[in-house]
Ligand binder design. Sequence first.
Ligand SMILES: Nc1ncnc2c1ncn2[C@@H]1O[C@H](COP(=O)(O)OP(=O)(O)O)[C@@H](O)[C@H]1O
Ligand SMILES: O=C(OP(=O)(O)O)[C@H](O)COP(=O)(O)O
Length: 407
Amino acid sequence: MSLNLTQLIEQGVAGKRVLVRSDLNVPLEGTTITDDGRIRASVPTIKALADAGAKVVVVAHLGRPKGEPDPAYSLAPVAVRLGELLGAEVAFATDTVGDSASSVVGGLADGQVALLENVRFNAGETSKDDVERAAFAAELAALADAFVSDGFGVVHRKQASVYDVAKLLPSAQGDLVATEIDVLKRLTETPERPYVVVLGGSKVSDKLGVIDNLLGKADKLLIGGGMVFTFLKAQGYEVGKSLLEEDQILTVLGYLERAEEIGVEILLPTDVVVADSFGDEASARVVAANAIPAESLGLDIGPESAQTYAAALEGAKTVFWNGPMGVFEQPAFAEGTRAVAQALTTIDGLSVVGGGDSAAAIRQLGFADDQFGHISTGGGASLEYLEGKTLPGIAVLDEATVVGGLG
Ligand SMILES: Nc1ncnc2c1ncn2[C@@H]1O[C@H](COP(=O)(O)OP(=O)(O)O)[C@@H](O)[C@H]1O
Ligand SMILES: O=C(OP(=O)(O)O)[C@H](O)COP(=O)(O)O
């Protein structure tokens, strides 16, 4: 069992430098943060440590820069927002493990917070070479006396600031990671029935693994978004220019057959909103799902399907939703996502929304976070957990212990 945050704090963190891995990967337009959900979710762990008198050193990534500094991916705007949410200025280091980091961390008073520049500006962070990654992790570890893993969105990544550093410092699990895992456990171990899973979005092959694992657990699976068309094709329908993963058709057929055998309902849309080209709102129109014209592409589930899906969610006691039902970024293709979100707000039980785009979608459509049971900060991480995979950033903490206090 890994150490939790309270246990670490009880070891005495006052005056100690605690490195916190948070997931502050927020959407930016220029330097404007368009959804600060991940920063908000990271605040409680950082604040608990600061309140206990620790010198808190936050390490995080933004986007996928190529292992070298790239101003477009600077965390500087995030430091400002984090400071606003904490109610105290956050010292920002303009590098991750260089002179600026040393001097900022060295200058921290007890209870103060610093944020290091984007950890992915260093090739060692994401290197596939264990030695190179460990060397970079050692540079990070040199900045701190203890480590707290709180970036749930990255616990499925075997990266230096998530995995290797936990082997070098007394390490504990942060409260955000603990909460996320608790909720996901409820989805996999003893879900209250009926249990409905809604899957959409565009990363089709990423999500098929979850279907494999959840088929035996859920009562109903509702399919939306870009996933729809691989299913329709598997059933022998034409899908025009819609998103299609040809190499997954056989896998999908297998799921459809297994679902029928074990009595799990897989719902597919009966109508679809199509357009002549991607995002062409002017040409949006509703067609039957089995009659998608060859020259058009499906960008949302249709109104009849939206109603069917909302009805299928009625009375559910457990719901997991990952991936928007359509290209919600544009009003003409947002209604399917809105209908599912609306239905989720009426669930008398546990509703979990996972995935960066799904969370952004519900906020963009005007829903409030507290209308849902839990909004996960990790899309890929929650999917991998539900697939039954071992998450490196979680597993490594089970090996880490604090022996004899923090010294
Ligand atoms: N029918 C569709 N065709 C293409 N893209 C779609 C379709 N439906 C939804 N999308 C897109 O899927 C994206 C989100 O997918 P994904 O990243 O898988 O979700 P999440 O981040 O919630 O896991 C959105 O940008 C949305 O526009
Ligand atoms: O945005 C994230 O994941 P998500 O899109 O799966 O929710 C995390 O910050 C992880 O980022 P990564 O997928 O670049 O490792």
